[in-house]
Design a protein around this ligand. Structure first.
Ligand SMILES: *Cc1c(COP(=O)(O)O)cnc(C)c1O
Length: 419
């Protein structure tokens, strides 16, 4: 029997892939298991094992409290600047590792809304889309309640995201802040961040970008696109590990005019002065609150070294090739079974994952997990295939799609038999 042409293609792509050698630098990539969820939790870098062990034995174990003075106090800024340089194209001093994405979103959005209200009390609207990530919607709902602001919802299709026309229609003289995701978590729709930022600014609004699903997968030009504020995850495409702390970007000219609401000692001008009152630091430090989670910052440095070496353009090129391959094979094998594409077909409008819809996908996902094929499931009926350019191979994608096809067929046959 001749070899499946998709498998032959996958093997050819792996041989020609200039990033293929990174795969063996991730724990578990040598196993048969198919990992399609690096957009929720990236695989651990192999070198992180040594890094974390070394940290426990030498740094924490050996330096003890001295470690703070010697290195750890600076780590949130050092790693922030590395993310700024390699991942979001922000010049130094504007990016910092802080709390979770949720908490950073709260801090930055509250600071932005307060600054706008102080400038013009009629700027009371926060623009957000109905399909934004739940934490974004919930955080803003809370801020609106606290500050007497109003949410203005942009209704979006779950298979795409916010368009420039929709944003222009939603923004006006009452808009204080716009909060959008660069890549939609459900559909992978890639927003035109530069154009949407321009539209928000034309209306006199500030904009806060959620970069969780794009950081490390899609190139971002925070400075050139004139972002005001941004937050992003480090445990997805930056492989920082479960719950690793998020990063925040605050454009330099905004730093000293924004006041963030969680006034902690780590955000003060002189941390060890321990003065009677909160006096915020100048610059990016003021967006910190409490003691930085150092252990959670170690693994992401290993991925950052790989991203610095590979470069975001090559990572994006592989990401586009992986999603395109997934779509071609899904079209041939899965569309005849009733599966529809819930991600943009145009690669320029698509981030790093592909969502395939079918009413049976919840059950298909559960059965795939039992076979060590790990996508994830998002309502309504979406099987999400996350593709991590540094650790996913084309042959791994092929293997996962074979399993998806066969499992969906089995589920459909069983259901037909029951009917
Ligand atoms: C993953 C993700 C988050 C996660 O926030 P946490 O505070 O880390 O739980 C937020 N926003 C988007 C768009 C995400 O994809």
């Amino acid at each position: 029997m001749s070899i499946d042409p998709h498998l032959a293609y996958a093997r050819r792509m792996d041989r020609a892939d200039g990033l293929a050698h990174y795969r063996k630098r991730f724990v578990g990539a040598d196993r048969e298991l198919v990992y399609f969820d690096g957009n929720s939790l990236g695989r651990p870098p192999v070198s992180a094992v040594e890094r974390i062990e070394g940290f426990l034995l030498e740094d924490w174990g050996g330096r003890l409290i001295r470690g703070w003075d010697e290195a750890w106090m600076q780590l949130p800024f050092e790693i922030g600047d590395r993310i700024g340089r390699a991942v979001i194209q922000a010049k130094a001093g504007q990016t910092v590792i802080g709390d979770s994405t949720t908490v950073l979103l709260y801090k930055l959005a509250r600071a932005a809304v307060d600054a706008q209200l102080a400038r013009d009390p009629s700027r009371r609207e926060i623009v957000i889309d109905t399909d934004n990530f739940p934490t974004d919607r919930y955080v803003l709902e809370g801020i609106a309640r606290e500050r007497g602001a109003r949410l203005r919802w942009i209704d979006v299709d779950t298979a795409s995201g916010v368009t420039p026309e929709q944003l222009a229609a939603a923004c006006g003289p009452e808009t204080a802040l716009v909060v959008l995701s660069h890549v939609a978590y459900r559909s992978a729709y890639l927003a035109d961040a530069r154009e949407l930022t321009r539209i928000a600014h034309d209306a006199g609004a500030l904009i806060l970008w959620d970069l969780c699903h794009s950081a490390g997968s899609v190139p971002i030009e925070a400075d050139r696109w004139k972002f005001d504020l941004a937050v992003g995850c480090t445990y997805k495409y930056l492989n920082g590990g479960p719950g690793s702390p998020a990063f925040a970007y605050v454009r330099d000219d905004l730093q000293d005019v924004l006041a963030q609401p969680i006034q902690g000692w780590m955000g003060t001008a002189d941390v060890f002065a321990m003065g009677p009152e909160y006096e915020p630091a100048r610059g990016i430090r003021r967006f910190l609150s409490g003691t930085p989670p150092i252990v959670g910052m170690l693994a992401m440095e290993e991925t950052l070294a790989m991203i610095e070496e590979a470069g975001m353009p090559a990572i994006r090129a592989k990401s586009m090739a992986l999603t395109a391959f997934t779509i071609v094979v899904a079209e041939e094998w899965l569309a005849p079974l009733g599966v529809t594409l819930a991600s943009p077909l145009d690669p320029d409008e698509r981030g790093g994952h592909v969502t395939l819809n079918h009413p049976a996908m919840r059950e298909v996902t559960a059965r795939l997990w039992q076979q060590d094929v790990i996508p994830d499931y998002r309502d309504p009926g979406g099987l999400r295939i996350g593709l991590s350019p540094l650790s996913t191979s084309f042959e791994e994608v092929h293997r996962g799609l074979v399993a998806t096809r066969d499992t969906l067929r089995t589920v459909l046959t069983e259901r037909a038999g029951l009917a």
